[in-house]
Design a protein around this ligand. Sequence first.
Ligand code: HEM
Length: 518
Amino acid sequence: MRKESCSTHNTTQHNDKLNSKAMVELSHAQQWLEGQGEGWFNNLTLSLLFLLFISVLFWRKFNRVSSTKLNLPPSPPKLPLIGHLHHLFPFFHSACRDLSNKYGPIMLLQLGHAPFLIVSSPDTAKKILMTQDTEFADRPLMTAARIIMRGYTNVIFAPYGEYWRQGKKLFGEGLLSLQRVQSFKHVREKISRSCSLQTPVNLGEMFRAFITKTSFRCAITTTSQDGHRLAKMYNGVMTIMGDFSFEYFFPSLGWMDVLTGFRRRLRKIIQENDIFLDQLIEEHISKSTHNCRKKEDLLDLLLQKEYNLTRGNIKALILDLFLGSDDVATSLEWAFAKIFNKPNVMKKAQEEVRRVVGMKSKVHEEDIHQMEYLKCVLKETLRLHPAGPTLVPRINNKVASVNGYDIPPNTTVLVNVWAIQRDPKIWDNAEEFIPKRFTNKSEIKSPDHTFIPFGTGKRLCPGISFGIAILELFLANLLFHFDWKLPGDLKELDMTEWQGFSLKMKAPLELIPISHFA
Ligand code: HEM
């Protein structure tokens, strides 16, 4: 299943959209700029602006010709050059929900030069994700994913095809065979120190650090205790994956990513990751050669010769663990904040956890099965705060027909799960946090597509069981061992959202722990 970089495929796709002469000039300018390095801006600026103008004209000409024959979905009025970008503040998912209320559950936007289809109803989501899923099973080509994930050779961004199929199967097997998250000891000790000092704990930061480390260590056994390097690698990858790239929204302006320093930062992250990942890989190769590991882990599986993966492929696949961990940490942060802001929910959840665990000194995995209310709390959190509010983007390679509309090829398709899961036509008191609405509903995705925080269909998240297991265990432990209060004279937690790679809490989740068993 070996796969080398898809960047040529990407370039070809974008080139098709442009007049070839202007493209040749642009690519010369880009190569030249790459050679000059970041921060360069001198008297050639005018020539570059001229090129920009030409490329925009060509793009507009192309776009007009190709879309005239199609029956396109409804669209709000747009501005020259930026299209609908100005409509999408402060938050993409909520702005799209408001626009969809006016323009319908299937709506075409133009963001910069890139066409986006926004889907906001369960029925249309079903068509995209299930009924017509082969037409929409590909991922769009994004600069950060291309470079960090070495030509889209991780699972999340891999183009739909044999490499993706094999990668997902391997990833699923690797995650299933993981040793479960056994110990909450380190987190408990750290929080206990703050108990005695009566100082607030930044829970969001702590969740992220522990969950990345936990999922990484569960998947890959290593003697390296370098948690700091792991955290640095994680922060670097997550930050740049959520950054703005000119190449994506304005394909003809890809060279601007050189000027802004985006490309340089990507290269730096790759180099830093390489040091850590090469060390892990070498350690695994040497241990398997000397046959001194007791248990096989995800990395051992990926290193097996029969899969014929390059070292770059393996590094990209490992990085999917980071993206998955980020979703878990984000969901945990929201869940805890939601519980804290609703004292009756906190009381009920703590009573359940403490009743089930009883006289034991810690929460065991078997206990979790009996914590029905805790499971409802998690589902209600994932309903109101899905970590991926518009799932991971899809793309269609050919013209597709949905609800009688023509969807032009290479349209990025976003299913606004955040809007569907808060739709007052579907949910009673849709904006309210009411965990008991999930009583006796065991599924983590509903067949009618009204609740799909992990997506569905071919590109369904393979980390569901692993992610839920970590979430349940962390939450149960936090509720079992500690009571919590706000620092200073704060009355309530600030629940403002912030969109990075996942939809996070903007303000730090800081609370003072009080030991329940002191
Ligand atoms: C609460 C935790 C998590 C949430 C909310 C979540 C959510 C999602 C979503 C929305 C997608 C996109 C589905 C689509 O395009 O239809 C996805 C894909 C994916 N997730 Fe997760 N995820 C979580 C945990 C994890 C974990 C722990 C891992 C791995 C360790 C993981 C690995 C993946 C991978 C590899 C994909 C790509 C699947 C594909 O493209 O075929 N996720 N996840």
